[in-house]
Design a protein around this ligand. Structure first.
Ligand code: ZN
Ligand code: ZN
Length: 112
């Protein structure tokens, strides 16, 4: 949905700040957007999950197995090798989280 600034009629930009989202304008106008985004986000996730459950072609397991390996001590079995990948959490302003999965015992953990 596109919205325009009531002050100067410019296009409003969307900014997501932790749990809240705002619509902002270059002139300084800004207002908070309530809930809708979150609902949409959850719906999209549900749809994705339903899709994956039905298709069962790409499982999380398959996706993870293509990640590069890193020298990392497994906190569970002391294996020295783990697969690693990054995931952006919530908004782009936050640092991404590093995930590791032990190549031996498949234990998965994350670091910030
Ligand atoms: Zn404006
Ligand atoms: Zn391990």
């Amino acid at each position: 949905m596109v919205e325009f600034c009531p002050d100067c009629s410019n296009l409003l930009r969307k900014r997501i700040d932790s749990d809240k989202s705002f619509l902002m304008c270059n002139c300084g106008y800004q207002r908070e957007v309530l809930t809708d985004n979150k609902k949409i986000e959850i719906n999209v996730q549900k749809k994705k999950q339903a899709l994956e459950n039905n298709l069962v072609i790409i499982t999380e397991e398959d996706k993870i197995s293509v990640y590069p390996k890193a020298k990392k001590y497994c906190p569970k079995c002391n294996n020295k090798e783990a697969e690693t990948w990054q995931k952006q959490m919530r908004s782009a302003d936050e640092p991404s989280t590093h995930f590791f999965r032990c190549t031996k015992c498949k234990y998965t953990w994350r670091e910030y």
